[in-house]
Design a protein around this ligand. Structure first.
Ligand SMILES: [Zn+2]
Length: 611
């Protein structure tokens, strides 16, 4: 029983998410690395594998699954760590007698499904009808290795083949019904649900069979048929092929999503082992969550018909709301992936995948096609349609300020408009969508607020400060390297001052800090926008402390330049007051001197300050 609760907790928990609540992690290839919290660590020795859902420190040897991590980190025993993670995932651990009965029930369903899988496989390999089905599979391009690897089977051309076999094997007909393997007609007669079909066992992420899909071998109008939803199977959660594709998705840093299991099986056969299939639904949030654990990139591969286009809309939604990089590859001429693979081969299909475009860009080109390219009017209509689409999406589902800032910048790039205009367009589209009389919370105004705050400051200073903040957040050791120039520069912009105050507060309270702690305290839109820009500037950098020193020195140079400009102005304004002018002149001179030293240090110039 505990096993299944442990499974549930592990399934609902992402080790990367949990570890990054304690350690700042950076992606390195298919893994994440960070400073090990279990020994004094100067270089990132802690590795976290999203694919395997384990952590390992190469210096002190600590390692295990996410439960083990929480045990070590919070000094808890197994049960307490499990309980803490269950609570985090919203799983109730208190097992009532009814729930215990459910657990037993699930176990019986599993056994029934496993028995049926073996029966279907025997039908395919050991019966005369099986030969015809294997011939069919071969005509569809499947090799014997593929048939074996994916455990394909055959549902016999009969109303009661499975029913009779179950009776012989002592499997109750009630369990067959609950497992979705039989159905009952209005007259009360029970019959096999899958008849004369090539069977594709559908596994959960752990490789356990939970349902079946069947491709008709005759001309049944229902070409594909899936198990109904059962206690084990929900098509909105399961991705076909994920159990076999996990490793490859993590290695490739990308998942390919197609719509049918035959497509997925063929993709695997042709070496695209990072392919999975949805089971007749658009990508759901649960699907996205499962894929995000393995990689941040998804390529959706659709045929260009109506259903494919609707699926593409969903792709944009996932990209905008889920923080996942989604690309869309469209097959031309009404082909499905299987047709394309068999016609164009591995290389041809690889080119289709390579040609995938960013989901937002895809939606944009759809809009442009829809409204024609007839001059400025059509262009404006297309822009408005896209903005309206995005506004609708983000009004119903909400978006935090950080993601909102990113979205505005991506749209600005795509539409070749200034971010400010995109922001205004989105805001007014949202107002139009807002029901009259209801003053909903204002949409996040991240970009303009921060943009206004830094307006007029030298770009070099802004970049330098944003780099400094990014590095400060990436590595608490950088806080030790803060100097008076940085501290003074922070005062140049209210948003910088507030973010720095948050960093110092967290550091005061905890002795040190981690990026997640700081971000958790940033509520205001403009600060979130600064964090987003700062983190973006230093993403993936290897030696934060060295970089901090050079960013900090750049801030000093820029601040000096700013002060000199101010002094020059003051000098011009006070030219008539001799005494004040002298003082200002001295300030200017001393700043200039400091600046020369700094430049000398920076560039190894052999310049002597003039005095
Ligand atoms: Zn360690």
């Amino acid at each position: 029983m505990h096993n299944s609760i442990k499974d549930k907790v592990l399934q609902a928990t992402d080790i990367v998410e949990v570890v990054s609540e304690h350690v700042s992690l950076t992606r390195r290839g298919k893994e994440f690395v960070g400073l090990c919290p279990f020994h004094p660590d100067r270089k990132p020795s802690l590795n976290v594998s999203p694919a395997k859902q384990i952590f390992k420190c190469f210096a002190c040897g600590a390692g295990g699954d996410v439960i083990k991590f929480v045990q070590l980190r919070e000094r808890l025993d197994f049960q307490a760590a499990l309980a803490a993670l269950a609570q985090r995932a919203g799983i109730d651990l208190n097992t009532t007698p009814a729930e215990a009965r459910d657990e037993r029930r699930i176990e019986q369903l599993r056994k029934t499904i496993e028995w049926a899988r073996a029966h279907f496989q025997r039908n395919l390999h050991d019966t005369p009808a099986g030969q015809a089905a294997r011939d069919y599979a071969r005509r569809r391009g499947l090799t014997p290795e593929t048939i074996a690897r994916h455990n394909l089977g055959l549902a016999a051309d009969s109303w009661d083949d499975l029913l009779l076999a179950a009776r012989r094997a002592g499997v109750s007909s009630e369990l067959l019904q609950s497992a979705g393997l039989t159905a009952t007609n209005e007259a009360g007669r029970t019959y096999d649900r899958f008849r004369n079909r090539l069977i594709f066992p559908i596994n959960d992420g752990f490789g356990r069979c939970v349902a079946f899909g069947g491709r008709t071998l005759a001309d049944d109008p229902a070409k594909y048929l899936n198990s109904p939803e059962t206690g084990l199977f929900s098509k909105s959660r399961v991705l076909y092929g994920l159990d076999l594709a996990k490793r490859a998705i993590s290695d490739a840093g990308c998942a390919v999503v197609v719509e049918g299991y035959l497509d997925a099986v063929l993709l695997h056969q042709f070496g695209f082992t990072h392919a999975v299939a949805t089971l007749g639904t658009a990508l759901t949030d649960a699907h996205v969550k499962a894929l995000r654990r393995l990689s941040e990139r998804v390529v959706l591969c659709f045929d260009g018909d109506q259903a494919g286009m609707r699926a593409a809309d969903r792709a944009v939604e996932v990209a905008v709301l889920g923080g996942t990089e989604v690309r869309v590859a469209v097959l031309e001429g009404g082909q499905d992936p299987a047709d394309c693979l068999l016609a164009a081969g591995r290389d041809g299909f690889g080119r289709v995948l390579d040609s995938a475009v960013d989901a937002l860009q895809f939606k944009w080109s759809q809009m442009v096609t829809a409204f024609g390219s007839g001059g400025a009017g059509a262009q404006r209509t297309a822009v408005e349609a896209l903005i309206e689409f995005i506004a609708r999406l983000t009004t119903t589902r909400g978006l935090n300020a950080l993601d909102h800032g990113l979205l505005v910048r991506r749209l600005a790039e795509l539409l070749a408009l200034p971010p400010r205009s995109v922001h205004d367009l989105l805001a007014s589209a949202r107002r139009r969508l807002q029901p009259v009389g209801r003053s909903a919370a204002a949409p996040p105004d991240a970009l303009p607020e921060y943009e206004l705050a830094i307006r007029g400051l030298p770009a070099g200073l802004v970049v330098g400060m944003e780099e400094c903040f990014g590095l400060l957040l990436a590595d608490a050791a950088c806080a030790e390297l803060v100097d008076d120039a940085f501290a003074a520069a922070v005062e140049q912009c209210d948003v910088w001052r507030r973010l720095y105050a948050v960093v110092l507060n967290v550091q005061d309270e905890q002795g040190s800090y981690e990026r997640a702690d700081v971000i958790a305290r940033c509520g205001e839109a403009d600060v979130c926008e600064l964090v987003s820009r700062a983190c973006g500037r230093v993403a993936g950098t290897a030696a934060p402390q060295d970089l901090f020193v050079s960013a900090r020195d750049r801030v000093r140079l820029e601040s000096d330049a700013l002060r000199m400009a101010a002094s020059r102005q003051a000098l011009a304004a006070t030219a008539t007051e001799a005494g004040a002018a002298d003082r200002t002149f001295c300030e200017l001179l001393s700043t200039a001197r400091g600046r020369h030293f700094a430049l000398a240090a920076e560039n190894c110039w052999n310049t002597r300050p003039t005095s």
